[in-house]
Design a binder for this molecule. Structure first.
Ligand code: F6P
Length: 559
């Protein structure tokens, strides 16, 4: 049991708060005023709907908002207790109600030294101690003091973990590729599909490979299967049992199972139950980031996140970047019927962002009961999807422009490239802006018709084609700009999204820090696995599942 207080929530249901009704009315008032018109009527829209913080600039002017919308959204947030919940987050309240725990990822980048208590005990000394252990370890690996069993320095780090024990560090390692300053490559194995680890290990040498087994619980079957496969590979390729300790370290909250697996006590980096997996890249789960990009860059990443934390903690709601992004999401999902949200980084190094944000957002806010267990009567977390720009423009952006779904989008782009070849970056930047501009402005059928006529087409042909070329427009987006993708800006960017997700979960009154929904699949998966290995095993199943199991057991070659 934690002694940390559990927050009190407003007694009224979210949809019964006065702010909810006010927003409904407001939506009806502005629904027929397209953003195009709002831009034409208000020359200061970009200036006034822009916010700079922690090295990021958010342009939220291309949203279906007028000058009163944000105030109304903030009104709802206040009535829903957002400010108290932000205080609770930073004060260590047990925001994860179903597991009676605080969610203290902010402690991992609390560089100001402010004490943070769990059960009356300051956790900051442990956090600092872990950082210095990471520092020593990376230093030893980089300087050849920690070597493989034949005395060669490590060339490859393989992180074995899944979900939060993979996606965050994988995103950040790739994002910091220009900062990889040591001759160590990092690889990530997550999938239990044997092809993943096989393909990764195919080109590596056991003599120069270091494995990090990352699992908060150390019970995740996919991770354990991959860790066993890695150990087998090591032993089959010249490694001795006695040398395993040099080649396997672990990051976990379950020391017992990690030592049983064969990792030495002193090679285990800690995790804590007050950090959720999807919020853990700032902890020792980020060890592969530090090994790839160096500990100074890892600390700079924490600094960027801390700067965003401080902004989120102290700025008024209407001037608060994560709050604004969270509330805009609520605006679209609860008042305009949007069901998904696109993440479109225009930066090759940020290609892992959509996948990380998918877990962060959907595992956090994919809930249908409130903290007190009542069914919600409003939409919660959206479907998060996306991919790297400009590639998406030649694939799924068609649906964004002309499809029947309303999909709010975030465009994310640096002003300068790490690789300024030719005019590539201007081309990329223009591509990015063209998309948000086209989404906002659209093209009426009449405009399309006139364009076609002036290109020499007959009136009749132009009339026929114009409906196909018309673009509805008025489709909302945010644009997040930063000078360059550095450790600080990446830290701030990821923390921005963490707090955006928090804002939404807090207003919706749901628990953003548990993930019971994934448990049933795990439970059933264990029984089905037994069944596949032993067809005589008595496992209750529906006809479809039974039929599909049988196909596996028969390895039916008629398919
Ligand atoms: O099953 C979901 C989940 O628990 C995620 O929340 C977590 O990030 C992932 O699995 C991995 O868990 P672990 O770090 O305990 O192996």
């Amino acid at each position: 049991m934690v002694s940390n207080p559990i927050l009190k929530r407003p007694a009224a249901r979210l949809t019964e708060l006065p702010g909810w009704a006010a927003l409904r009315v407001h939506q009806q008032e502005i629904q027929h005023t397209p953003m195009r018109q709002m831009f034409a009527e208000d020359g200061n829209r970009f200036r006034d709907f822009t916010l700079k913080q922690a090295g990021l600039q958010l342009d939220y002017s291309k949203n279906r908002i007028d000058r009163s919308t944000l105030g109304l959204l903030a009104g709802l947030a206040e009535q829903a207790g957002l400010a108290e919940q932000i205080d609770g987050l930073f004060g260590g309240a047990a925001l994860n109600g179903s597991e009676e725990r605080p969610a203290l990822h902010i402690a991992l980048r609390n560089l100001g030294g402010r004490p943070i208590e769990v059960d009356g005990r300051d956790i900051m000394p442990e956090v600092r101690d872990t950082l210095s252990r990471m520092e020593k370890f990376t230093w030893r690996v980089h300087n050849g003091q920690w070597r493989g069993w034949t005395g060669k320095p490590f060339r490859d780090i393989v992180n074995i973990g899944i979900g939060g024990s993979s996606l965050g560090p994988k995103l950040v390692s790739a994002a910091l590729r220009p900062f990889w300053n040591h001759s160590v490559n990092s690889h990530y194995v997550a999938n239990v599909d044997g092809s993943h680890i096989t393909e990764v290990l195919k080109y590596l040498s056991p003599e120069t490979t270091l494995f990090i087994v990352s699992s908060k619980s150390f019970t995740t079957p996919e991770t354990l299967a991959n860790a066993r496969a890695a150990r087998h590979w090591f032993l089959q390729n010249g490694g001795e049992d006695s040398e395993l300790a040099r080649h396997f370290v672990a990051v976990t909250a379950n020391r017992k199972l990690a030592t049983e697996f064969g990792v030495r006590e002193e090679n285990i980096f800690p995790m804590w139950d007050w950090v959720g997996g999807r919020y853990s890249l700032w902890s020792a789960i980020g060890l592969p980031i530090a090994l790839a990009a160096g500990m100074d860059n890892f600390r700079a990443l924490l600094q960027g996140a801390h700067a965003m934390d401080e902004h989120f903690r102290t700025a008024p709601l209407t001037e608060n970047m994560p709050v604004i992004m969270g509330l805009l999401g609520i605006w679209y999902h609860n008042f305009w019927g949007a069901t998904s949200h696109a993440i479109l980084p225009y930066d090759h190094y940020l290609r892992g962002l959509p996948a990380h944000l998918q877990q962060l957002d959907m595992e956090s806010n994919g809930k249908s009961v409130t903290q007190s267990g009542e069914a919600v009567d409003y939409a919660t977390g959206p479907i998060i999807w996306g991919g790297v720009g400009a590639n998406g423009q030649h694939a799924y952006h068609q649906l964004l422009h002309q499809g029947t779904h309303l999909v709010p989008a975030d465009f994310i782009i640096p002003l300068r490239s790490h690789n300024p070849i030719g005019h590539h970056h201007a081309l990329l930047y223009a591509n990015c802006l063209s998309q948000s501009q086209a989404l906002m402005q659209g093209k009426t059928e009449e405009e399309a018709y006139k364009e076609l006529c002036s290109s020499g087409m007959s009136n009749a042909e132009a009339r026929k084609l114009a409906p196909h070329k018309a673009i509805p427009g008025n489709r909302p987006s945010n644009t997040i700009v930063f000078r360059k993708a550095t450790p600080r800006t990446i830290g701030a960017l990821v923390a921005l999204y963490e707090h955006k997700v928090f804002t939404q979960g807090a207003v919706w009154g749901i628990n953003s820090f548990d993930q019971w929904g994934v448990e049933l699949g795990k439970q059933l998966g264990r029984r089905l696995y037994d069944k596949l290995l032993d067809p005589d095993e008595d496992v209750p199943m529906d006809a479809s599942t039974a039929g599909l199991c049988q196909l596996f057991c028969d390895a039916d070659d008629s398919i």
